[in-house]
Design a protein around this ligand. Sequence first.
Ligand SMILES: [Fe+2]
Length: 366
Amino acid sequence: MHNAFVNDDAKLLRDVESALASRRQAGLDGLVGNLAAVVINVAPKDLVPAAEELLATTGLVFEAALDDPLTGDGSPALVLRDPEGADFIVRSRTPGLANPFVPYNCGTKTAALVPARLETFIFECHDLDRYAAIQRERGVAFATAAPWVTDAFSFLQTMPSAHTGNSLGFIQWHGRPGMYLHGQSRLLPLTAAKADHLWLARIGSLDHVATRVRARHRDAAIVEFLALTNYRFDFAVYVESLNSITNVARLGVGDYAQVFTSGIGSPDAEPGAGPTEGFIANYGLRPHHMAFGTDGIEEVVSGLQSEGMQFLSELVGSREEGLKQIFSAMSPQTMLVNEYIERYDGFDGFFTKSNVTRLTKATEKQ
Ligand SMILES: [Fe+2]
């Protein structure tokens, strides 16, 4: 079945402008800040292995094992700390608890009811009650009737988005930022080990996460994200030969970026629709990769290779082009690809067009 749907940046930009105007009129501007943390859920048997895999492939450090600090639902969680950027909370939903992400998690190459996913992006918020009241008025569906309030922070998250399958969380710190341990926390007798390689210190903070969305949902996914945060739409890069658009939203220059990768046109699920639609058919609607900044990417990649990490592509790009990048193979525990990215001489873009083409092409192997 053919149909004529094609994404149109002029329409997107009109929708973005109206979302930003409506956000401003509602009094939301400035309420939400930068990314504080991400939540990755995995199968119970994968909890410690997934955390150890992240520790072995990033600059993150293990901080604590406790019952999930953000939901209070008793699921075990490991806090992995990045003092410079977003922290990681790796958790495993206790069997029997409802999993609202399940409708988005599955594809032809996943098991049924697969729990592995980067589920939630958590942003700082300096007045959560006001934020929640305004967004409720605007029709936003939150996962709980009221914020989860502890002595250390208040937290509220949305239901998974129909366009991305992702939830957005909002955290207001009451004391020291990054203090997940609170008065009702129960510490767990679990630990995750980290190898002592010097090159791990060359891997920096989370630079961006790219979620793959359907072509028809591109505009709605971006507009919904802008309406919930203080981000702005930055730019879109088209790769016609792969039916791919990489769309970037940022808070400010140098901040973590939220990336949405979509097809240019539908039909969505036909062969030849490109690696984006293919990935969604295979693995569901989910974040495809997490990118980490590096300082000395050659050393990082050879270190990771010597520890057995597999890659989807070669290291692509050059100092002259402004950056170098590489994709790992997908982790079977988290179903996430790691990207490593190095920028040269203040280059503040995310990719060169030739890099996007080569990297996106490499993901066809998935
Ligand atoms: Fe990327």
